[in-house]
Design a protein around this ligand. Structure first.
Ligand code: NAD
Length: 467
């Protein structure tokens, strides 16, 4: 079988959208091209004293806005094509949700589960050191974040390595997705999954679209299957479940769990964390061949693991009405065409999983401004609201309870502000995509690319490169 060419797949989506636009060919080629990729190999001394050579990549796809931004992936499948494709997706994603960054992505070819925490720390610090040497990291240059196989723990090591080598007032903004104590922001861990929930909520609230799919409006009672119970899959499932959807299936690497009444995702995640697998989980039906769960009947299917999961081979058997792309590139372009033909609503990755980079943007702003959101005005707003409630009491004779004062008069803390900014971003972007799809009589993915290409093109034109 020919090797999967992820960047080519992304460019197929790009070309389809570009066909709707009158943009000069040269400018389209500039938008599509990857600006630079750095491939580094470096040694790791393992805990047993042996030495291994590891490979890492960082691609800065587009520098039309600075800094560039994108996660760092730790996985055995990492290669240059994958990192480049993911960097390109970041460019388009940031443009769709109007986050002012160029796209980037990094990856280290390693299976983190086979290494101790001390080894992963050495790998992370060395990779960061290599990026610093080549000017591939910095608050105004390129800002990594967590991705598949990495979390706030690795981001803290990146920050510490950067700060120990670079003396700069804004150094905290060199990486996002950090622990709160190290300059992170409330709500970043959950952000991608929460954004997926906001996006699917908007999609399911559209009466006409739901009728066309033979579904009722709203998330209540919708049957959902999630592939991948990691950061993205878990939080997407959690917020959908909290809104009334039923998580009937979870597919993981070593099998899946099916439970018509709803999987207890907290319990399943704890089991996965403790044992490294969902085998021997005591509830629901265990499904040995978890890839088959992508073909089970459900209302919403959320692939939230890796790219290229639904291809020409299995797309014809997919039995969902809506696909919400939690992962980057989970559908091949051939699968995309088959699924659209089957009248399945596809909510695309470059919109749906943009919650992570949106809240990373908020974190970066917080780091550069050196102040937590809400610090200056929370108490002021509370006092203003109290004055208003007192005035209403005076005018109406109505008495508010202490509880009313607390509930209505609560000023926003950082979490409230982040959540409100995330919701606003996801809601506005969904309606913009929906409108674009209607205007061009096309699907949401093509609409998302149309919108992204137009925005990046305007940036280049403003730079005077393409008068
Ligand atoms: P993660 O490492 O936290 O979790 C991934 C999960 O998927 C793991 O539990 C893993 O066991 C499981 N998995 C791997 N292969 C699988 C398979 N074949 N079948 C079923 N399960 C499988 O990673 P994540 O951060 O949740 O990222 C998942 C996807 O979302 C990636 O495509 C990533 O690029 C994308 N993404 C992540 C973020 C973020 O903020 N973390 C933001 C946007 C997009």
């Amino acid at each position: 079988m020919a090797a999967y060419q992820f960047f080519k797949q992304v460019n197929k989506n790009f070309d389809r959208a570009a066909g709707y636009l009158e943009i000069p060919k040269g400018l389209l080629s500039q938008i599509k091209a990857c600006n630079s990729t750095y491939h580094v190999s470096f040694p790791l001394r393992r805990d047993d004293g042996s030495v291994e050579v590891l490979h890492g990549w960082r691609s800065a796809h587009s520098t039309h806005k600075m800094p560039t931004k994108g996660g760092i992936r730790y996985a055995l499948e990492v290669n240059e094509d994958e990192v480049t494709a993911l960097a390109a997706l970041m460019t388009y994603k940031c443009a769709v949700v109007s986050v002012p960054f160029g796209g980037a992505k990094g990856g280290i070819r390693i299976n983190p589960s086979q290494y101790s925490a001390a080894e992963i720390e050495r790998v992370t610090r060395r990779f960061t050191f290599e990026l610093i040497k080549k000017n591939f990291i910095g608050p105004g240059l390129d800002v990594p974040a967590p991705d598949y196989g990495s979390s706030s723990r690795e981001m803290a090591w990146i920050l510490d390595t950067y700060q120990s080598m670079v003396d700069s007032l804004d150094s905290e903004g060199c990486v996002t997705g950090k622990p709160i104590e190290q300059g992170g922001i409330s709500g970043r861990t959950e952000a991608t999954g929460r954004g997926i929930y906001f996006g699917l909520r908007e999609a399911c609230d559209n009466k006409e679209d739901m009728e066309a799919l033979g579904l009722t409006t709203g998330l209540e009672g919708k049957k959902v299957i999630v592939q991948g119970l990691g950061n993205v899959g878990y939080y997407a499932a959690k917020y959908l479940r909290d809104a009334g959807a039923i998580i009937i299936g979870v597919a993981e690497v070593h099998g899946g769990i099916y439970e018509e009444k709803g999987v207890d995702i907290e319990k399943l995640r704890d089991h996965l964390r403790e044992t490294g697998s969902i085998r021997e989980y005591s509830e629901g039906r265990f499904i040995e061949e978890s890839a088959g769960m992508l073909e089970m009947e459900c209302d919403i299917l959320i692939p939230a693991a890796l790219e290229n999961q639904i291809t020409a081979e299995n797309a014809g058997r997919v039995n969902a009405r809506i696909i919400g792309e939690g992962a980057n590139g989970p559908l091949s372009s051939e699968a995309d065409a088959i699924l659209l033909e089957k009248n399945i609503l596809i909510v695309p990755d470059i919109y749906l999983n943009a919650g992570g980079v949106t809240v990373s943007y908020f974190e970066w702003i917080k780091n550069l401004s050196h102040i937590r959101f809400g610090r200056m005005d929370r108490r002021y707003e509370e006092n203003a609201m109290s004055r208003l409630l007192n005035a209403i009491e005076g005018l109406t004779g109505e008495q508010f309870s202490d509880d009313d004062f607390k509930r209505i008069g609560k000023g926003p803390d950082e979490r409230d502000i982040v959540d409100s900014g995330l919701e606003d971003t996801m809601v506005m972007a969904y309606h913009m995509l929906h409108e674009t799809a209607g205007k061009f009589q096309t699907d949401l993915r093509t609409a998302a690319y149309i919108s992204a290409i137009k925005k990046v093109a305007v940036s280049y034109e403003q730079m005077g490169i393409f008068p």
